[in-house]
Ligand binder design. Sequence first.
Ligand code: PHE
Length: 345
Amino acid sequence: MEHLIRSWDGEYVVVRYDGEAGAWMFIAIHSTTLGNASGGSRMKVYDTPGDGLRDAQRLAAGMTYKWAGVDFPLGGGKGVIALTRRLEGKERDRLLERYGQLVESQRGAFSTGADLGVGPELVKVIGRETTHVFGLRGAGDPGPYTALGVFTGIQTVAAVLFGSTDLADRTVVVQGIGNVGLPLCKKLAEAGARLKIADANADRAAGVAAELSGEPVEPDAVYSEPCDIFAPCAVGGVLNAYTIPQLRCRAVVGSANNQLAEPEDAQRLHNRGILYTPDFIINSGGAIALCGMEALGMSDDYVVRKILSVSDTLNSIFEEAKENGESPVAAAERRARRVLERGPA
Ligand code: PHE
């Protein structure tokens, strides 16, 4: 962990070991160039505490790009609670309260909200101990807002690839039906898309598939499942040297943070002719809603318009990438870096 912290290109990491739960807490602050750091808090079981730290650092960097991508005056940070075993009930809540105290101790240098393993209900538990938490007023659950952005991105990509935003009979594979995946599936079903649904919890996948007239898919089969669009909405690192050759989709448009296992994967997708929407652009809807409404005083209407504008952003990224013969990730990162170099608007 010493090496991870020393060699990081971010600003600093706050670490607390929680003896009671045997859990590690990390708050990684990647960049405050545009403002105070804000990002969700994730709680899951990791093989080692170092894996949790690395996740926090990478996710925090993703938030720096996410805020720059929408030009919000906020910095990149992320919280990770690295568990050694699953926690339930009171034990879990007490850990989250202690995590809330750690967030509070930062006195606003880091504000947080929902992420994988920390749904809207658990955000309330963190919020017992700190005011620096989003999702309790105004925006509420960020999941549907993130899903709105991803859905809009899927329509945008359909227009680029197939000449129309119409999703009727387009096949979409959705990986993960959590707080974003589920509302996304509902919107896709309404739009007439053919759904193939996978989740780590197979019963849940089967239930949602039955409800939305979709088809359940085995978790391991998602990559090779033929489809128009693959939507990873669960963990990160799912696009890698092993999975990319298996893909049988035309585009990848999903909500998961850090979808690429390593930077080279952007080029791997590009070489295969698969259109990839950079995660930090496509999944910014929840962040826009939470912080837009609860920190920056934006109205619900304004926030929704801002989320829908992801379509214009994607189109200009695709154009810039095409002109330069590069992957959309390269174009999107350059765009974000321009904002970071300029500084807060
Ligand atoms: N965790 C979500 C994201 O990565 C939502 C979130 C954004 C939560 C910003 C808190 C702050 O976008």
